[in-house]
Design a protein around this ligand. Sequence first.
Ligand code: MRU
Length: 354
Amino acid sequence: MNIQGKPHRTIGWSVDRSAVEFIDQAALPRTFSVLRATSLDQIALAISSMQVRGAPLIGVAAVYGLALAARADASDRALASAAAQLIETRPTAINLRWAVEWAQAKLAVVAVASRARRAEELASELADLECAIGKQIAEHGVKLIAEHHRRAPGRPVQVMTHCNAGWLATVDWGTALAPVYLAQQLKIPIHVWVSETRPRNQGLLTAFELREQAVPHTVLVDNAAGLLMQRGEIDLVIVGTDRTSAQGDVCNKIGTYLKALAAKANGVPFYAAVPSSSIDWKLADGVKGTPIEQRDEAEVRVVGGVELLPKASPVTNYGFDVTPASLVTGLITERGVCAASRAGLAELFPEHRA
Ligand code: MRU
C-alpha cells in the first residue's frame, strides 16, 4: 500500500539484510518513521510496546525475531527460549503462537549450522504468505460489498470497521480493509466509518491508511456506532480478529462486541475477516476460553500526555472482547466466506474437522 504515493510494507529485511526494518506504529499517525532491529530483544520490545501491532503482523514480526535470535545461537535450547520470549509479548493474538510454532517446526529439521539462513528466508516467506492471504480475503470480501452496491447503485456502500485491521496490521493489504481496497480498485463507490478505538486510538491509524489510499471515510467516537446503525447509515460492518475459535466466536479489539450487538439489533450484517493464522482450532468456546490482554492503566489515566485520572480511581483496561458466533453473519477467510460455526469453518478447512 502507499504512503505519499510510494509503496511500502510494514516490515522486511534491510537491503544488506543486517537488520529488520519496520514502520513505527507508536509514532503514527503524527510521524512516519522506520525503525531497525538487530536483536531478539528489540523485536520483543517492538511487539510488546505496539510499535508493531495487529495480529498477523505480530506473528510475522516474531519470525523475524526468531531469525535474529538464530544468528546469535541457533541451538534447540536457544530457539526454544526465544520462542517462549516472543510468545509471551502479547497474549491474545493466536497468530503470534501460530507463526512461531510454524517457523520452529521448519527449523527443527534443519542442521543447526544452516538454521540462521533458513530462518531469514522463513521470515520473508511468512511476510509474502500474509500478503497473499490478505489479497485472497479481499477477493472474497469484495463480493459482499459488490452485492450491496448492486442493491443500491446510486450511492457509496457504507462500511463500518473498528480498530485497525488494514495493511498496517498485516504486511500489506490488511484483513478487514482488504475488501475495501479492492472495491476501490474496482471502482465500487465506498465510504468507511472508522471508530476511534479508545484508548490506543487505532482508528486514527485506519484513517491514516484510508487518507493515503484516498478512500472516503469518516471518523466517529466509539459510542456513536449504535446511533449510526439505528439511523440506517451503515450497510455492513467488517472487523478483524486476533483469535477466532473453532466454533466461530470472534475475539477482536475491545468494543467489537458492542458493535456486533448494535448490528444484530438493527439488522446490519456483521462480518469478521479471518485469515486462517487467526483461527485457534484447539479453542471451542471463544467467550469462555480466550485469554484477554489487560494493558497498562496509564493508557486510560493519561489523556493527551496529562494524567487526568488520579490513582484513587481504579482502572480496568481490557484490550479485547469476544463476539459470540451467534452475532456474526459470516467469516471472510482466504478460502471463501463461511458461516461462523464449526460446520461453516469445517467446509472451508476440512483438514481441521473435529
Ligand atoms: O492491540 P492491537 O492494535 O494489536 O489490536 C489489533 C486488533 O484488534 C485488530 O482489529 C486485529 O488484530 C485484527 S488485525 C488484522
